[in-house]
Design a protein around this ligand. Structure first.
Ligand SMILES: [Zn+2]
Length: 381
């Protein structure tokens, strides 16, 4: 059997070939400066938006020729204007909360995925706020399930209390806005796709309603009415995120998409529908960034999955449905980086670690992620 890193490298190389054919992007070189890179904003004014791509999808349904019809927006609108990394390795635990927490801390977290605990290492939000003395309104996480409630602030003693990101849980907002379990909203309220047994109940609906009205400037009735028109939880997250950007304009914003993870239910068509929706929502987010004066021309957008899904050929896996085996395919994802100062239409297939995200954001915004285990991705900082 081939060593693990060789398989990961082969996945990255193949991904690059797919993209060269579909999006016309070329292999990057740090020796060349693209004429298409626009001037970067000064770190002080800079904003960074991170989107996690929905619980992960395989290349067969995304970048491979047979999958490309599912990601037209990434292929035609985003990747030609982005630097793309074909090989982002996740060496941690493949549960969505713990993996997203690891992305947020730059250290592989070992907290129980289903225990609603804060990360143990300082989060990027704490580094950002502590070093740059930023207020709590300046960094937010929009998260898909109640289990992500503590992702904004670690249990680290030297950081932690009072220094984290504010976390907004759109489903929790919706639950607070409707007085009882209302059939009209059931499709938006499922907490996660992996286990029905873990749905932490959060209290404090007054606080949520205040968030809606004071902060997002949405009346409860308008919010409920609009939610009824939305087809999925990620649509709800995107709607709340846009409202947050318009009203609060945070400089460091993380949105966790999760619809794709409906794959666990085993219905292939729902999984593919989730991919198509996430592809569209990512492009819409970039359009929002470009059209909002608070964000346009000074925002870096980073899109990456938390991890992938099992390969079909692994005896212990179930292909698209799960991420149980920890095989190379489920650990080898990708990264799209776009915005001022970032080269356009360039692909790198060297291995980048999922932990590199936090120090990279640190280099972009001029703070040090002192306890993170990753390294800044030099091609985009
Ligand atoms: Zn999952």
């Amino acid at each position: 059997m081939q060593p693990w890193d060789e398989i990961a490298h082969a996945i990255g190389r193949t991904r690059r070939e797919f993209l060269r054919d579909a999006a016309g992007v070329t292999l990057g070189s740090t020796l060349l400066r693209s004429p298409f890179a626009r001037a970067a904003a000064s770190p002080k004014k800079k904003k960074v938006v991170v989107i996690t791509f929905g619980g992960g999808a395989r290349d067969q349904e995304t970048f491979a020729p047979e999958g490309q019809e599912n990601v037209p927006n990434m292929l035609r609108e985003l990747i030609p204007r982005a630097t793309f990394f074909t090989q982002v390795i996740n060496r941690g635990i493949l549960g969505h909360y713990v993996a997203t927490a690891s992305l947020a801390t730059g250290a592989y977290e070992t907290i129980n995925n289903f225990a609603a605990l804060p990360p143990e290492n300082p989060t990027v939000f704490e580094y950002y706020r502590k070093e740059l003395k930023r207020p709590s309104s300046d960094t937010w996480v929009v998260a898909p399930s109640n289990g992500f409630n503590h992702i904004g602030e670690s249990s680290s003693r030297s950081f932690g209390p009072g220094l984290g990101a504010r976390v907004i849980l759109p489903k929790h907002l919706l639950t607070a806005a409707i007085s009882n379990r209302h059939a009209d909203y059931a499709h938006l309220l499922r907490d996660n796709y992996e286990t029905p047994y873990f749905t932490p109940e959060l209290s404090g609906s007054d606080f949520e309603l205040e968030q809606l009205e004071q902060l997002l400037k949405l009346s409860v009735d308008d919010f409920k009415m609009h939610a009824r028109t939305l087809s999925s939880p990620d649509e709800l997250s995107a709607y709340i995120t846009k409202q947050l950007m318009r009203q609060v304009a945070p400089s460091l914003l993380c949105i966790t998409m999760h619809d794709i993870d409906i794959a666990h239910a085993g219905t292939y068509s729902l999984y593919v529908e989730g991919i198509r929706r996430t592809d569209r929502l990512c492009a819409e987010m970039w359009k929002t960034i470009e059209s909002d004066p608070e964000y346009a021309g000074k925002t870096t957008l980073l899109i990456l999955p938390d991890f992938g899904r099992d390969a079909d050929n692994d005896a212990g896996g179930n292909g698209f449905q799960h991420h149980r085996t920890g095989d190379a395919l489920s650990r080898t994802t990708w990264l799209i980086a776009m915005g001022p100062g970032i080269r356009e239409g360039v692909v790198y297939d060297r291995a980048v670690d999922a932990l590199d995200l936090v120090p990279t954001i640190g280099s972009m915004m001029a703070f040090t992620a002192s306890l993170s285990k990753g390294k800044p991705i030099t091609e985009i900082v």
